[in-house]
Ligand binder design. Sequence first.
Ligand SMILES: Nc1ncnc2c1ncn2[C@@H]1O[C@H](COP(=O)(O)OP(=O)(O)O)[C@@H](O)[C@H]1O
Ligand SMILES: [Mg+2]
Length: 471
Amino acid sequence: MKIAILSRGRNLYSTRRLHEAARLRGHQPRVLDTLKFGIDNEEGEPDLTFRGKPLSHYDAVIPRIGASITLYGTAVVRQFEQMGVFCLNSSQAISVSRDKLRSMQILSRHKIGIPKTAFVHELDQIVPTIDSMGGPPVVIKLLEGTQGIGVILADTASVAKSIIEVLQGAANQNVLIQEFVKESRGRDIRAFVVGNRVVAAMRRVAQGDEFRSNVHRGGIAEPVDLDPEFERTALHAAQIMGLRVAGVDMLEGKDGPKLMEINSSPGLEGIEAATGIDVAGSIIELIEEEVLFPEIDIRQRLTLQSGYGVLEVPVDEKSELANRKINETGLRDRDVVVLSIHRGPVAIPNPKGSREILAGDVLLCFGKTLTLKSLAPRGPKRKRKKKKGVGAAPDAASPAATSVIASTPAAAADDTPPALAGDEPVGVVDANPGLVTARAAEAEPPADAADRENETKSAGRAGERSRDEGE
Ligand SMILES: Nc1ncnc2c1ncn2[C@@H]1O[C@H](COP(=O)(O)OP(=O)(O)O)[C@@H](O)[C@H]1O
Ligand SMILES: [Mg+2]
């Protein structure tokens, strides 16, 4: 296989290891500087150039997109996707995981432990929001910070307010307010997910007074026997975010894991050094297994024909669908297919016609929009649960004072679990292979020190630290 490793520096530890692991397995890896691509769009022919020349054919792409080039990097990955080339992590998943607010919003509807996390616009909402989270201390975070930079501990609500005032005002930065998980102070767990496995895990311990355990902030990494609950959380979170490869960071809360963030280009240096595990090798093995399944935007492909759409249909007792087998409902005759059924903690992909639909199920359906609309539940929407211990409810404030609070839901009812118990095998969808054609081969560019972006100046194992999302 010809594998493109998108990276800004061939000498970075992770890049070198991936290159080496691919070569050892008989592949042809090339390190291509993400910023040297040009994106060409012509009718029916999405294309890429590299250093101004047409790009040759690649079978797979490993994106190693640093936080400072997310926009350009994800645009290049997206272009590979449009060309039908397998990308280890999708552009969409990289963008979402890069934004701490977006990630928390998405994770908060699932049964995954997360610290209470709020986002407010109006300064006068900061103190009530902190109160509603159980009071100070709280952690203030830049939405797109990395390596511990932009993570601040505020001991009092007024200090928190002053910090946010400066960041929002002078620095024009949006920030999150997060519950401080005291019991995990200075320690966290990094689980390295590759496909459907956690291949390695480490605990990072901050040194001295520091509460941030990032290796870049002096944290020391040690191997850890991962508790099954942490493993389940890491796998579930990576699956929700749609990342095949992810570094999942979790605090050790008193009630179990509290997920902080998911990195889409996790560094290999700390984890391989701490555990002695060949993580790069498992990444290449995963590519070998999955290269035939390039990313496709399912919603976009399924809705090319106007009048067709994808809809989630909750089934209640009164629904015409409740307590009937799928093939008795007449859905197929009305041009609707049930893609999956979500039933409590279980997902049933590709349900057979003989599968009975129960009240409480949520059906993911594709088909004629008119029929789908007729299936949508009528009557008043489900009422919101009143939260325990929340003081000033955010929506009790003035309409302009918006506040979003994410935390682990109390009940598992609306959790989307990993797929279980498939009724039938999932089909393979061809992702536009005709668009990838053979082109001139590009030479490996020389390592260019000037190209390097903000590499860590500190002595020793500097290299990749600034490039990867951090350890
Ligand atoms: N809510 C929190 N409670 C306790 N410690 C935290 C919390 N959030 C972050 N930390 C500490 O700060 C470090 C950096 O936070 P994180 O959200 O991972 O930002 P970054 O993307 O910069 O690594 C974490 O590894 C952890 O040690
Ligand atoms: Mg982190």
